[in-house]
Design a protein around this ligand. Structure first.
Ligand code: FES
Ligand SMILES: [Fe+2]
Length: 376
């Protein structure tokens, strides 16, 4: 376990910041069907679709002939037929037909990407496909657990590099200022955090437990609690893509039972998937899963609309930051304080993963890159 020290650091430039040999959320399962879906993940343009028997497929989104986007093309059964001159690809990316001749050139193929559908997400492996063997994306099981949770969700594209969203989510003290009147109250910024970095598994944990806090509208209106609350925020960032905020709310002084059960607490699992698209754009997938008022559609509507507003407050702020950073020279420094310990730990973990991916990808590179976190 290590902790990072606040101080001054340069902001990183966007080039070459992707972590390879990792799973990334590319879409919700509900977005992938018999229509072709274009998504760019870590700078790689991809096309997604589902086979007739329901399996998700990801191929490179550029025809080998003249680079036409396959996502602008058509499906014929399980095959993609390029919309320009008809090169036809199977689910492995192999070209099986070209127009005007019987012989298909041997090199005619596009890359096929490993794909896993899990917890309502479609995950794609970015990096060397061989290195995905034996690994699995990290879990957010409540997303597909309709017995015990009700989930509302969305995805907002961000015109900012993914590191800015990582920073934002690992420091929730900004709730007090950027999300005042929504999820922020004075106690969030005022309460110190504890931070743990598990370098081995590429996980950063940040906790903030408020024993006696104002109840923000987000929870007052969804739980019906009147008066002050005990509010716990326990973050797990499973780098690079998955961020979990385990939130517990209860009337002040109401704690879990000695056996660990918690019948009087209100639990919300807030999930983000932070997927780099290009060097300066990001897919911001968000989901709010609750174990209370599960059949109340008004609560669902409220949480969806309210959380989307909160996410958009972040999006607007981070888009501004991206513009500021892009306009500044590399030498500008930023100043970090105690609230940034989680964000700094995340930066270090990402740096380490990036270097491991690079070493593994380089000719003669290390065989020991861990694809950290992928087998969690
Ligand atoms: S560009 Fe796809 S067939 Fe020509
Ligand atoms: Fe925020």
């Amino acid at each position: 376990m290590t902790a990072d020290t606040p101080g001054t650091t340069n902001t990183t430039k966007p080039a070459d910041t992707f972590v390879r040999d990792q799973w990334y959320v590319a879409a919700y399962g509900s977005e992938v069907g018999r229509e072709l879906l274009a998504r760019t993940v870590c700078g790689e343009p991809l096309v997604f679709y589902r086979t007739e028997d329901g399996r998700p497929v990801a191929l490179a989104d550029r025809c080998v002939h003249r680079r036409y986007p396959l996502s602008e093309s058509a499906l014929d059964g399980d095959r993609v037929v390029c919309g320009y001159h008809g090169f036809t690809y199977d689910t492995t990316g192999t070209c099986v037909a070209v127009p005007g001749q019987k012989r298909v050139p041997r090199t005619a193929r596009v890359a096929a990407y490993p794909v896993v559908e899990q917890d309502s997400f479609v995950w794609v492996w970015i990096g060397d496909p061989a290195r995905s063997a034996g690994t699995a994306p990290p879990r957010a099981p409540w997303l597909a657990d309709t017995e015990n949770y009700t989930t509302v969700c969305g995805m907002e594209p961000l015109d900012a590099r993914y590191e800015l969203l990582v920073d934002n989510l690992l420091d929730l003290s900004h709730e007090t200022y950027l999300h005042g009147g929504y999820i922020g109250t004075p106690e969030v910024a005022a309460t110190p955090i504890t931070t743990e970095a598990d370098d081995e598994n590429a996980i950063v944990r940040v906790s903030r437990h408020m024993d006696d806090a104002e109840c923000p509208p987000f929870y007052a209106r969804s739980t019906g609690i009147e008066g002050r609350i005990t509010r716990w925020q326990d973050i797990e960032y499973l780098a690079p893509c998955l961020y979990l905020l385990h939130s517990r709310i209860a009337p002040t002084g109401v704690l879990p039972e000695a056996d660990g059960s918690d019948p009087n607490g209100f639990h919300t699992e807030i999930t983000y998937a932070i997927t780099p698209s290009t060097a300066t754009t990001t897919y911001d997938f968000w989901a709010v899963s609750r174990d209370f008022a599960r059949d109340d559609e008004e609560v669902s509507r409220f949480l969806h609309d309210f959380n989307r507003e909160v996410v958009m407050q972040d999006v607007v702020a981070l888009n501004k930051l991206e513009k500021v950073i892009a306009a500044e020279p590399d030498t500008v420094q930023e100043l970090s304080i105690n609230i940034d310990t989680g964000g700094l730990a995340a930066r270090r973990v990402l740096k380490r993963l990036r270097e491991a991916g690079r070493a593994a990808g380089a000719p003669g590179g290390a065989e020991t890159g861990t694809a950290a976190g992928a087998a969690r």
